[in-house]
Design a protein around this ligand. Sequence first.
Ligand SMILES: Cc1cc2nc3c(=O)[nH]c(=O)nc-3n(C[C@H](O)[C@H](O)[C@H](O)COP(=O)(O)O)c2cc1C
Length: 191
Amino acid sequence: MNRRNFLMNAVALAAGAAVAGCSKAQDAVAPAPTKSKVLVAYYSWSGNTKALAQHIATAIGADLFEIKPTKAYPSAYHACTEQAKQEIAAGARPALAALPDFAKYDAVLVGSPNWWGTLAPPVSTFIENEALAGKKMALFQTHGGGGAQRCGQDFKTQAKGTVIAEPLIVSGSRASRSQAEAAHWAQGLGL
Ligand SMILES: Cc1cc2nc3c(=O)[nH]c(=O)nc-3n(C[C@H](O)[C@H](O)[C@H](O)COP(=O)(O)O)c2cc1C
């Protein structure tokens, strides 16, 4: 082997070693941290909180779950408000038709309409479930002009998981157009 061939072989060997070394190094690199598995669960009587929930779930690629009481609230507004008023005064926790598989999720974002200044009772039933212990939780809510009132505070008291953020509060009349706000809040949770 003349000096030129020797040098060329040496360069080729070094390049091969570098490539092999590179793939070894790649094998050794720790995988990127897995994203949290997030559930967006909501109760909605007239569709506003549902629209907000859909924007949030889309923004972060989360699963959606509708909280449904076994017995639906009356579809007439006045009858619904009267039943809700009585239930809230009595601290009722209406039975739910179904529950998600909580074990699949690290974080559960929960949506409620503001009902008489607080959470809708089916939402209270949902967030008090012991299976939420140890999960990250946050509230999003819609309202008819009253804003947060006691919703965020009651959420903190009732939720079995760890509340990780301040609630997202959206006027019901804007909920269907709240994509940007929903995405900003949900992506800012760092899940
Ligand atoms: C039973 C009942 C009670 C309500 N109480 C309040 C309230 O105290 N303050 C408020 O701002 N809006 C109140 N609202 C209006 C809802 O919070 C608002 O329309 C909300 O966006 C409805 O969400 P949904 O369409 O997901 O049911 C009430 C609505 C109902 C049906």
